[in-house]
Design a protein around this ligand. Sequence first.
Ligand code: ADP
Ligand code: 5GP
Length: 205
Amino acid sequence: MLNDAGEAVSGSGPAPGRRGRLVVISGPSGSGKSTLVRRLLDRPELRLAVSISATTRDPRPGEVNGRDYLFVAHEEFEQIRARGELLESALVHGQHYGTPAGPVRDAIERGLCVALVIDVQGGFQVRKKAPDALLVFIQVPSLQVLEARLRARGTDSEATIERRLVNARREIELAREYDVQVVNDDLERAVEQLATILSQNGCGA
Ligand code: ADP
Ligand code: 5GP
């Protein structure tokens, strides 16, 4: 768990009398969720941390275990889930992903908002467990733009890109169930819009 300065949250003091809030950030793969959350963590006016998910997928070039994800084998993922240590979990694009509950709970108790960059199945599980969670959906201007971004990112195989585009249509249909939608067309505008939404929803410093 990292705070807005990129430091381990466990090192910072508690915020007396204040509890944080869960902020689910969903959207099709390639919609810009990670880019946006990275930018929000730099904003001094927000009190925001990001949850690091466990996943069974392989690291992409440049991804670091413990920073981008906790990369685990299938067996280990099953053990973590069986011990009840995940706040939510889902099979996404053929791989398992889940949110470790402990670090999220600690950060909330310290008064931080915690961004969960997770898929819509996970988003709905979180809403059930924490009805006050804010669910934000990141939209793309069009599926053509999404495809172009996935190709430009250069991290996924052709088969993976095609699978992600098929899943994108399904996810976009569920966006209407979310509390807020933000179109990530112009990056700077989307960052500003998200920062304002978070400030107005209990995540201001
Ligand atoms: P996600 O986390 O949703 O899978 P990423 O944050 O990895 O998406 O973004 C996918 C690609 O699109 C990255 O190469 C990123 O730099 C690029 N990107 C993100 N937002 C924009 C934007 N507004 N305009 C153009 N490219 C963007
Ligand atoms: P990627 O492999 O591109 O990093 O992520 C693929 C998808 O898995 C994205 O939609 C992402 O939001 C989702 N995801 C990442 N971590 C989690 C998690 O912990 N739980 C759930 N349910 N989905 C996740």
